[in-house]
Design a protein around this ligand. Structure first.
Ligand SMILES: Cc1cc2nc3c(=O)[nH]c(=O)nc-3n(C[C@H](O)[C@H](O)[C@H](O)COP(=O)(O)OP(=O)(O)OC[C@H]3O[C@@H](n4cnc5c(N)ncnc54)[C@H](O)[C@@H]3O)c2cc1C
Length: 90
């Protein structure tokens, strides 16, 4: 993990707690796709951090940190979207 991402993850952990951050690729995979049918499903970027805030206050703090590191943020709901998940920026 590069230094920038390490610092970012440390700051995010201070907001939500380490248990609510996912870095392992096998655990992240489920967040990289929505219900867009296969032929149209683009290849997602896998260099992501999944963060699970518990309330609006944590969301606000996460966005401040993401902005500080100039990191794009992709909100995730139930993952049932059919418009090709925004992660697909490879
Ligand atoms: C079988 C099936 C049937 C469907 N039928 C319908 C239907 O009849 N009508 C219909 O409109 N849709 C339908 N959909 C599409 C889908 O269910 C809807 O678009 C639903 O609203 C997506 O919600 P989600 O929480 O799963 O969003 P996700 O798939 O998690 O996200 C969808 C988009 O919304 C953004 N997003 C999610 N949460 C937030 C947030 N809190 N703030 C800002 N942006 C956010 C994501 O970044 C992404 O761009 C269907 C999907 C399936 C699989």
């Amino acid at each position: 993990m590069n230094k920038l991402k390490e610092e970012l993850v440390k700051e995010l952990a201070l907001i939500v707690g380490e248990d609510w951050i996912t870095l392992e690729e096998e655990k992240i995979l489920g967040y990289l796709y929505d219900q867009t049918p296969d032929p149209m499903k683009p290849e997602p970027s896998k260099d992501v951090v999944v963060v699970k805030p518990k309330n609006a206050e944590e969301v606000s703090k996460i966005l401040l940190v993401a902005n500080k590191y100039r990191m794009p943020v992709f909100p995730r709901g139930g993952g049932t979207g059919l418009a090709a998940d925004p992660f697909s920026r490879k």
